[in-house]
Design a protein around this ligand. Structure first.
Ligand SMILES: Cc1cc2nc3c(=O)[nH]c(=O)nc-3n(C[C@H](O)[C@H](O)[C@H](O)COP(=O)(O)OP(=O)(O)OC[C@H]3O[C@@H](n4cnc5c(N)ncnc54)[C@H](O)[C@@H]3O)c2cc1C
Length: 229
């Protein structure tokens, strides 16, 4: 379905990640982890994950990494009340209720669908017994939704930061997310559902890491942010 929506406001998450909030069309429903195709006109079209949870608020929101592209320029120039189009929702990077234990691996802006999924779990009684988020970024300043994710208050939840920057933050691992880090953080991968979201290179590396740790392809769900290197 295609909808005309109205831009409401933007919220800066980090120096290079901004959330854009817009009106929720009547009857629009989606599942945490899904995305919409955002059409700003003049051929400026991109798929973007919805970063809020379905029942969280009465508006919709996506969060874009700013790259200086024409699409980003247009987004940054939006004024409240301007209209653009979204198509969707689409995507299968979602929960189906069968997850006993959840391992979430996010690379940078790949956190957006995972934030939605985590927020949706906070309101539910039927949820995985254990939810571990391993969140990779270059620097502490790049951690989008940091405060929220660190204070989620979800039973059985643990967040581990992995930062390329040697400075790190409390309890963080250094470098990129490796198989050693996953093995050190997740005591038991057997039967776990692993969800990976990020740029193509990151997702491919995580698939390799998980395979090396004995995780079967059927246990892995991916959201590949095509368009980033
Ligand atoms: C399912 C899905 C969900 C996604 N969710 C999100 C999300 O929540 N947040 C988010 O930020 N992104 C998300 N993405 C990625 C998003 O759709 C864009 O592809 C990405 O943000 C890059 O868009 P851009 O406008 O910044 O750059 P673009 O202008 O589209 O450029 C993308 C890349 O192509 C290069 N490029 C552009 N034009 C040219 C050219 N003429 N010649 C050579 N190279 C060129 C750029 O240097 C850059 O590396 C998602 C992607 C998918 C598939």
């Amino acid at each position: 379905m295609e909808y005309s929506v109205t831009f409401i406001e933007s919220v800066k998450r980090t120096a290079s990640a901004v959330s854009y909030r817009f009106s929720r069309p009547a009857g629009f429903t989606f599942r945490a982890g899904q995305y919409v195709i955002v059409d700003l006109g003049a051929g400026l079209v991109h798929p973007l994950s919805l970063s809020e949870a379905p029942a969280e608020r009465d508006f919709l929101e996506f969060t874009k990494r700013l790259t200086g592209s024409p699409f980003c320029d247009k987004l940054q120039g939006l004024a409240a009340g301007e209209v653009f189009k979204v198509k969707g929702p689409s995507g299968h990077f979602t929960l189906d209720g069968s997850e006993k234990s959840l391992v979430l691996l996010a690379g940078g802006i790949g956190i957006t669908p995972i934030r939605s999924i985590l927020k949706s779990l906070t309101g539910q009684t039927a949820r995985p017994a254990q939810t571990i988020l391993i969140y990779g970024n270059l620097h502490a300043a790049d951690i989008a939704f940091r405060e929220e994710l660190e204070g989620l208050g979800l039973p059985g939840y643990r967040l581990v930061h992995v930062l390329a920057d040697p400075q790190g933050v409390a309890g963080s691992y250094r470098g990129y997310i490796t198989d050693e880090i996953i093995a050190a953080v997740v005591a038991d991968l057997e039967g776990a559902t692993c969800m990976v979201s990020g740029p193509p290179v990151m997702v491919a590396a995580m698939q390799k890491n998980l395979a090396g740790l004995g995780v079967a392809p059927g246990q892995i769900r991916t959201d590949i942010f095509m368009g980033y290197e």
